[in-house]
Design a protein around this ligand. Structure first.
Ligand code: ADP
Ligand code: AMP
Length: 209
């Protein structure tokens, strides 16, 4: 009881992430591996707030901000937007959420993202959920996603696969060396994948110090 009350007042009082001391799980996997789909299930079952770096960047692009054109061009090319922009959006979303448990989906995309996030926020993830899926399956899913995204075309999809292989794999290697990667076979049907996810989150996720 005391712990729950403390958690509530900490969330209300949070002015910075250092005050909030949030629990963070990074969710990584190639484009179309099912990160967003599984995050929606985790939110329902385990009370996390889902923050997709891609969604935050698309919202920022659409808001007409000064970075809008740069973000738009980088997304069209499947390139990684500069860390400073993405980290600022993540920080703001965490502080505005009223929660202290976050799934950060599609971030960190490269070693520079990872080091900058830890440096700026002083947050280390509790663990990293990695959705492992073949390119063939991911491409098939993206081409039938039908969300009107201008990067879900074959040419950009192939560029995004390349960025994932060349940049994001290094982030996975970093956390693997710390024993923090929870790898899931994401090539199976949604319900089966979620059974594996539940095995990782339940019954309780330890808070990061
Ligand atoms: P990501 O967030 O990793 O890019 P999404 O969750 O948006 O991926 O999934 C991409 C597409 O594939 C969506 O249309 C989604 O409905 C579908 N999808 C997600 N998981 C599965 C799965 N396990 N099997 C088949 N289709 C899936
Ligand atoms: P996603 O919605 O995760 O498929 O991301 C779509 C696009 O947004 C990517 O191809 C990048 O151009 C950009 N993006 C997503 N996440 C990040 C990130 N963490 N850092 C920089 N750019 C990102």
């Amino acid at each position: 009881m005391g712990t729950a009350v403390n958690a509530v007042s900490r969330k209300e009082a949070a002015r910075s992430l250092a005050d909030l001391k949030p629990t963070v799980v990074f969710v990584l996997g190639g484009p179309g591996s099912g990160k967003g789909t599984q995050c929606a299930n985790i939110v329902k079952h385990f009370g996390f707030t889902h923050l997709s770096a891609g969604d935050l960047l698309r919202a920022e692009r659409n808001s007409g901000s000064e970075n809008g054109t740069m973000i738009s061009n980088m997304i069209k090319e499947g390139q990684i937007v500069p860390s400073a922009v993405t980290i600022k959006l993540l920080e703001r979303a965490m502080l505005e959420s009223g929660n202290d448990k976050f799934l950060i989906d599609g971030f960190p995309r490269n070693e520079e993202n990872r080091a900058a996030f830890e440096d700026v926020t002083k947050i280390e993830p509790s663990f990293v959920l990695y959705f492992d899926c073949s390119e063939e399956e991911m491409e098939k899913r993206l081409l039938s996603r039908n969300q009107g995204r201008d990067d879900d075309n074959v040419e950009t999809i192939r560029k995004r696969f390349k960025v994932f292989l060349e940049s994001t794999q290094k982030v996975l290697e970093h956390y693997n060396a710390q024993g923090k990667v929870r790898k899931i076979d994401a090539g199976r049907p949604v319900e089966e994948v979620f059974e594996s996810v539940k095995g990782i989150f339940g019954p309780k996720v330890e808070k990061a110090d």
